[in-house]
Design a protein around this ligand. Structure first.
Ligand code: ZN
Length: 462
């Protein structure tokens, strides 16, 4: 039996083959992690627990006294630390963020891989890219992850669907269309009738894509909004084929019709007085989820450039650029602070939570410049707790709940048989949700992620 501290284990695994590839190597051997507080992801906690990892899987979880270390296991003492399941971001847009800039010019397979690695770095085991990737490219990446040729957080993605030539916000739309024409692949499926929607969904299902993301938004009159008959047809066709439809909806009053049609989730909260108790109850009854995406609007009013947790993964020049952009925003007026809006937000948020709706973590990272991968997820958890969730509820909203809802059956909790995807924290996030930042180590599929090496491999990294 070899006894090591967690620190000594850093970089001990076999993943250090290619510089930027944190997944080439596989998991090997048996590891016994003992002494940590285990937050299982389903609401339970085990103090002084033990996790037995065999290859890519968790073989056993329990109190240290009940889980024995096999003779050949590497034993890691995690006394004083806390382990949580790897986090899941249920709404992002990979590929367009270049850190030094943003847009179609940055979109490439290599950049997608970097973004998956950035998620892994920040303790995320999976990320959902919502409708802005070339289908074939994303399918190819999923295949390569299945074959363990590349690592990082697991990629989930949706085929995007909107009226022809419409969809993402107007800035993003042009870039998505540019990527599509350059790659000669489909990024946005343009549909203008129920028949076209059905045909597209059949094709998407046949390609093996698990999700369709639809946009139901006229972007303030600048785009045409998908007609209810069109989304009803898409959802109906998807239902029989095991394809989930998730939606970007413009307003709360779009939600009842979408629920009726059978969508699985809303990628924007639209939280406010309009999202009342009746609507909350119908969302619950339909088992639909809500991704509030609150950081997207809020973080631009915070000096994120001064946050060491962001600084550690970007270069000084990026920090400087963020700093001056923030100063410029401030010079045009102070950050909005509206106690009434905050009260409404908190009441609306808790109305959903109290109705039993699955409010899950998503960030929309990458949809606009400088809303960075991984970092924003931790910030979103802080917002969840500020608005009234307990830290435990917030952790579940980022682990077991999205895993169940997005079909990640082998993720989301620390339990035997699941993929060994977890984060070792120095401090207890149940005391303060900001302690999800105190990352000591990240394991994905049983492989310790080489965080220091990853950071150095990013062109815009420090
Ligand atoms: Zn989005």
């Amino acid at each position: 039996m070899h006894r090591r501290t967690a620190l000594a284990l850093t970089l001990a695994t076999s993943v250090l083959t290619g510089c930027a590839s944190a997944g080439g190597g596989g998991a090997g051997g048996t590891t016994y992690l003992e002494g940590a507080r285990l937050i299982l992801g389903d609401g339970r906690v085990i103090e002084n627990g033990a996790l037995l990892i065999e290859g890519e899987r968790i073989r056993q979880v329990g109190p240290a006294s009940a889980v024995r270390a096999p003779a050949d296991a590497v034993v890691v003492d995690l006394t004083g630390m806390t382990v949580i399941p790897a986090l899941i971001d249920a709404h992002a847009h990979l590929g367009y963020e270049g850190y030094t800039g943003w847009g179609a010019d940055y979109y490439s397979r290599d950049n997608l891989i970097e973004h998956l690695e950035r998620y892994a770095y920040y303790g995320f085991g999976a990320v959902f890219s919502a409708g802005t990737d070339p289908d074939d490219l994303a399918l190819g990446l999923q295949r390569d992850q299945e074959l363990r040729r590349i690592g990082g957080a697991r990629l989930l993605f949706a085929a995007g669907m909107a009226p022809p030539g419409q969809g993402p916000n107007n800035q993003f739309l042009g870039h998505a269309l540019a990527v599509a024409s350059r790659a000669d692949m489909t990024v946005l499926w343009g549909v203008s009738s129920p028949d076209e929607a059905r045909r597209a969904v059949r094709q998407i299902a046949a390609e093996g894509i698990e999700f369709v993301k639809i946009w139901v938004d006229d972007r303030g009159g600048t785009q045409s909004k998908m007609h209810p008959l069109v989304y009803q047809a898409a959802a109906d066709e998807a239902r029989g084929r095991g394809v989930q439809v998730v939606v970007h909806q413009q307003r709360a009053d779009d939600m009842p019709g979408l629920l009726e049609a059978g969508v699985s989730g809303f990628l924007h909260g639209r939280i406010g007085p309009e999202l009342d108790e009746t609507l909350a109850r119908s969302i619950r009854r339909a088992n639909a989820f809500v991704v509030p995406n609150l950081g997207l609007g809020e973080l631009r009013w915070e000096p994120v450039s001064e946050d060491p947790f962001l600084q550690e993964a970007v270069s000084d020049s990026v920090v400087e650029r963020l700093r001056s952009a923030y100063r410029e925003r401030l010079s045009s007026g102070p950050p909005p602070s509206d106690p009434q809006r905050e009260r409404e937000l908190s009441e609306g948020f808790m109305r959903l939570v109290d109705a039993g709706v699955d409010v899950i973590l998503g960030t929309d990272a990458g949809a606009v410049p400088d809303h960075f991968f991984g970092y924003t997820g931790h910030r979103e958890l802080e917002i969840f707790v500020r608005l009234g969730m307990t830290p435990m509820q917030a952790i579940m909203a980022a682990t077991s709940r999205p895993a169940d809802l997005l079909g990640l059956g082998d993720m989301g909790t620390l339990s035997s048989g699941k993929s060994a995807d977890f984060v070792i924290l120095r401090d207890n996030p149940l005391d303060d949700i900001r302690n999800t930042r105190s990352i000591e180590d990240v394991y994905l599929r049983g492989v310790e992620q080489p965080r220091a090496l990853l950071r150095r491999s990013w062109p815009a990294g420090s």
